[in-house]
Design a protein around this ligand. Structure first.
Ligand code: BEZ
Length: 210
C-alpha cells in the first residue's frame, strides 16, 4: 500500500553497508531521508549518491540522517562505494541498504511495474524525529533528483514546525513566511509583531527562529 504523508514510516530490518540495522533504531529520534535508486554502477545514481555524501555537513546541521536503498546485493554496494567516492570527491558516509528480496522496496512502494522492470524508481521519503512521513517524492529513473530541493524542504518543514505558518512558492531560508489561514491577523500581530497583510488570507511575517 502507498505510504501517505502523516503515516508512521514502517520499520524494517536490513543489511546495509554499515551492517544490519533496524530502521527505527538506526534513526533513533533524528530526521531521515530514505531514498531509492534503480541500480548500482549506473551513471545517474553515482552522481546522486555522491551528492548525498557531499551534503553530509548540511544534513548534520539539520539533524538529518541519509540512507539509500536498491535491490542490488551488498557486495555490489560495497564495491560501487569506491566509485561513488572517486567520482563525487567525498567518501560514502551513509548506509546503502541491500534489498535483493525487495522487502523494503515493497514496504515503501518503490517498485512501479509500469516503469519497466523490477528495480526501484527514484523515491524519496523525508521522515521526522517522531517517525512520521513528512514528504514523499517520486522521480523517474531517467531524471536525477535535485538535492538542494531536498535540503530546502527540510528547512521548510523545520521552520513550519515552530509556529502556525507556511512557506510560499520558491521559499528560501531567511525569507518571509506566510501566516496560517487559521490565525486571524489580529492574533498574528499579537504573536509575531511584524505582520504585513496583502489580502485577508495572505499575511507575511519574518520566519521564526528555533
Ligand atoms: C542511472 O542511474 O544512470 C540510471 C539507472 C536506471 C535507468 C536509467 C538511468
Amino acid at each position: 500500500m502507498a505510504i501517505r504523508l502523516g503515516d508512521i514510516a514502517p520499520t524494517f530490518s536490513a543489511e546495509t553497508t554499515d551492517g544490519v540495522i533496524d530502521f527505527h533504531d538506526w534513526k533513533s529520534g533524528s530526521w531521515a531521508v530514505l531514498f531509492s535508486h534503480p541500480a548500482d554502477f549506473t551513471p545517474v545514481c553515482t552522481t546522486e549518491l555522491g551528492r548525498t555524501a557531499a551534503l553530509k555537513g548540511e544534513f548534520d546541521k539539520r539533524g538529518v540522517k541519509a540512507i539509500a536503498v536498491s535491490v542490488d546485493p551488498i557486495e555490489d554496494h560495497r564495491s560501487w562505494a569506491k566509485d561513488i567516492g572517486e567520482v563525487g570527491g567525498t567518501e560514502l558516509n551513509f548506509p546503502i541498504i541491500a534489498d535483493p528480496d525487495r522487502t523494503v522496496s515493497h514496504l515503501y512502494d518503490m517498485l512501479h511495474p509500469g516503469e519497466g522492470d523490477t528495480s526501484t524508481v527514484r523515491s524519496v521519503f523525508i521522515i521526522d524525529p517522531s517517525d512520521k512521513v513528512r514528504l514523499t517524492l517520486t522521480y523517474p529513473k531517467s531524471v536525477g533528483r535535485n538535492f538542494d530541493e531536498i535540503v530546502r524542504v527540510i528547512d521548510a518543514l523545520q521552520v513550519t514546525d515552530l509556529a502556525p505558518i507556511a512557506t510560499p512558492a520558491d521559499w528560501k531560508p531567511g525569507s518571509k513566511v506566510i501566516v496560517a489561514p487559521t490565525v486571524s491577523t489580529e492574533d498574528a500581530r499579537a504573536r509575531f509583531g511584524d505582520v504585513e497583510e496583502i489580502k485577508p488570507y495572505l499575511r507575511w511575517t519574518p520566519a521564526p527562529t528555533a
